[in-house]
Ligand binder design. Structure first.
Ligand SMILES: [Fe+2]
Length: 253
């Protein structure tokens, strides 16, 4: 029987009553959780793939902590460029020190989630895997012999959005190459772009999921990575069944 995993990303929690293009991120995220627990309470796990908060503040993480109480599934939190490692750690028990990455098995499949937050970037931007994280990743990629899925906040490959591609995972091509060379990775899934996209690199599919809050309009040549539009939020429903993972994407209101 396949295992069901839920993937949400770019929830961008703000302090109470602060909206993003007229949308309340906490309210949107609550609606997303309600939708997921109504239709997918049988899920084994929920990954929230970074940009947990909009400003990386302690108060925003406390709001997120309250929103996540009493969920029917275990939750793994990842970090994005809008996050702050020390504020996150202050609320969620130092789990991001030194890095918020990990590896978990679901049946035969191993899911590796990366930490691509570049603490040195001041203006909310690109991601980077430093040497320490690269060594950790390559070691974990080599363990075992079953299928692997990789979750990353930042996208590794060019997306066609000029502005967002300037702030992708800066060593993304190198990492995508290491993933392809492993011969075991069935899919790479990321957030960051706030839009549904499918591509591939050396035979490995790469997929990008929508935000639960605001989306990126399809203006590919814009150099502005902050463009946002009020379109329905969405999340991923991943079915793990041996060598053939299936990724569904569902919108909610
Ligand atoms: Fe985001």
């Amino acid at each position: 029987m396949s295992k069901k995993i839920l993937l949400m990303t770019d929830i961008h929690i703000t302090n109470h009553d602060i909206n993003i293009i007229g949308l309340n991120p906490a309210l949107r995220f609550r609606h997303c959780l309600e939708h997921a627990s109504s239709y997918h309470a049988d899920a084994s796990h929920l990954f929230i793939m970074g940009d947990l908060t909009h400003n990386g503040s302690y108060d925003e993480y406390k709001i997120l902590e309250r929103l996540l109480k009493n969920q029917p599934f275990p939750v793994t939190l990842m970090l994005g460029n809008h996050d702050n490692r020390s504020a996150f750690s202050a609320v969620f028990s130092n789990r991001a020190e030194p890095f918020q990455h990990g590896s978990q098995n679901f049946g035969k499949t191993k899911i590796i989630h990366l930490d691509t937050l570049d603490d040195s970037v001041k203006n909310r931007g690109s991601g980077l895997m430093c040497m320490q994280r690269m060594h950790w990743f390559e070691y974990n990629l080599g363990l075992g012999d079953g299928p692997i899925l990789v979750l990353s906040h930042h996208h590794m490959l060019n997306s066609g959005f000029d502005g967002l591609d300037k702030i992708r995972l800066l060593n993304g091509n190198k990492i995508a190459g290491i993933i392809a060379a492993s011969g075991r990775c069935k899919m790479v899934i990321n957030g960051h772009i706030h839009r549904t996209i499918f591509s591939s690199y050396k035979g490995v599919p790469h997929a990008t999921l929508k935000s639960t809050c605001h989306q990126t309009p399809l203006l590919l040549s814009s150099n502005d990575p902050e463009l946002a539009v009020d379109e329905p939020g969405g999340y991923g429903v991943l079915l793990l069944d041996g060598d053939t993972p299936i990724l569904h994407h569902v919108d909610f209101n």
